[in-house]
Design a protein around this ligand. Structure first.
Ligand SMILES: *Cc1c(COP(=O)(O)O)cnc(C)c1O
Length: 461
């Protein structure tokens, strides 16, 4: 088949058409699942041309896709991908590099190396830290916790990579009550178990109380301890007081892992950097590229202040010790062997934005989140529940959880914007996250108007 000019060219045009149409269509179009299933057809004995295959797929998916890349998607913490990063990701697909090591793709290894250095600089992570390009925040937490597991057990003479966890000295894990669920899943996958977690009390906005951290740490055994801190709570945006918490944890000999899936980006702007004060003192860090850096899925970054522990927990050869070439071997710092060359899209995003652009993206989103919060708080019977320290806003429509759920469901159907619902401290809330480069004040104001209209209609009996 010789139609790759046609099919790749067509895909590029379709991608551009799709993205140009995102601003003015329903953010989550209604979709008839059965009609879509029928249009996708069944697996035939004979194939079709490459172009026909892709046209059939796009004919169903493009009109049905949720406009997460558009300016009024406020669900979860979903940053819409930048044009540069999206285009680089298209090329990444075309280049099809297995970014395992410097032999499989020297150029992918080089670009990852450059990206890792830039990220450490931007995120206030020590230049000596190792890093890995992973699938996302979950991947970053898994790797950070695996490195932690290696080091805290090696410190008591146990080789966990060789001998596993059966018979190992137990590991204490101390984490905030409002930690992200991916920390628990990471511990389950690592064989530590989420039952090992000793919970630290959090304040009204979800940040841990350092006094309680100290109490929990001193109430248990000495020995292997991992402390998981959070930069940016997924509901409220709250930050654990990192400097004080890390200092206390280190006094107890603990490894400190920071889950900063989106919050770590606060480091890039002087106006928000105080939120992550002390971040450089941690032992491992996880963050997302596909959230606030606005890189397409899947993009996450893990960093480790202890490169030996990092590589010992991931590498299956000792290549990282004596490299066959001068190039860092990407596969030694992540759990995958054959993997997408994730560095290209991240490179393009960082190159397009520059330092100032990243800082500006963070600042703009925080400003727009505050605008959202004050606009909604001005409505009758509407309460903003969190202190808007970053880009997350929690909103409640009266005392009845069912009313809030109905407003969220109606707003999702309405299509002007999209946001999810969440449970926070026993009550239901609308959760808004502003994390997209395209969002403007006009988008926020238009969304406030739509939510106000829906809330007014929903309250009437
Ligand atoms: C989103 C998020 C994660 C998980 O990240 P994924 O990229 O979805 O794997 C972890 N921690 C926090 C605080 C998050 O917001």
């Amino acid at each position: 088949m010789n139609d790759h000019d046609d099919v790749l060219g067509w895909a590029g045009e379709e991608a551009a058409r799709f993205r140009a149409g995102l601003t003015d269509r329903p953010v989550q179009p209604p979709i008839d699942i059965e009609a879509a299933r029928a249009a996708l057809g069944t697996l035939e004995r004979e194939g079709v041309t490459a172009l026909d295959a892709v046209r059939q797929l796009a004919g169903v998916v493009s009109p049905a896709a949720t406009a997460t890349a558009g300016p009024r998607y406020f669900g979860f913490v979903v940053g819409g991908a930048l044009d540069s990063a999206s285009a680089a990701d298209v090329l990444t697909t075309a280049w099809d590099q297995p970014a395992y090591n410097a032999l499989s793709s020297p150029i992918a290894a080089l670009v990852e190396d450059i990206v890792g250095g830039w990220l450490k600089d931007l995120l206030h992570i020590p230049a000596s830290a190792s890093f890995g390009l992973v699938t996302g925040g979950q991947g970053g937490n898994n790797v950070g916790l695996a490195a932690a597991r290696h080091r805290v057990l090696a410190n008591v003479g146990w080789n966990v990579e060789r001998d596993g966890l059966f018979g190992a000295p137990p590991i204490r894990v101390v984490a905030g009550a409002e930690r992200h669920a991916t920390v628990d899943r990471g511990l389950r996958m690592l064989g530590v178990g989420d039952g090992a977690i000793e919970s630290v009390a959090a304040d009204a906005n979800g940040a841990i109380e350092v006094g309680d951290l100290e109490r929990v740490l001193s109430n248990g055994r000495d020995g292997p301890i991992i402390v998981c801190l959070q930069a940016g709570n997924v509901n409220t945006g709250a930050f654990d007081p990192l400097r004080a918490a890390i200092e206390v944890s280190h006094r107890f000999g603990a490894w400190v892992h920071v889950d900063g899936a989106f919050g770590l980006w606060a480091a890039t702007n002087p106006r928000t950097a105080s939120l992550v004060d002390g971040i450089e003192l941690a032992d491992s860090w996880s963050t997302d590229g596909h959230k606030w850096l606005n890189v397409p899925y899947d993009s996450g970054f893990v960093f480790c202040a202890d490169p030996d522990a990092h590589a010992a927990s991931m590498a299956y050869t000792a290549a990282y010790l004596g490299q066959p070439s001068d190039l860092r071997s990407p596969g030694d710092f992540v759990p995958e062997s054959s993997r997408r060359a994730r560095g290209f899209a991240a490179y393009a995003a960082l190159r397009e934005l520059g330092r100032d652009g990243v800082a500006d993206l963070v600042e703009r989103c925080c400003h727009l989140a505050r605008r959202f919060a004050s606009g909604l708080a001005g409505l009758d019977g509407v309460e903003v529940a969190n202190e808007v320290v970053l880009n997350q806003v929690l909103v409640r429509f009266g005392d009845d959880d069912a009313v809030t759920d109905r407003v969220v469901a109606e707003a999702q159907r309405d299509g002007t914007c999209w946001m999810g619902g969440t449970t926070w401290r026993g009550h239901r809330y609308m959760r808004l996250s502003v994390s997209n480069w395209q969002t403007t004040e006009a988008d926020i104001d238009r969304s406030i108007l739509a939510i106000a209209r829906i809330a007014a209609a929903t309250k009437e009996p």
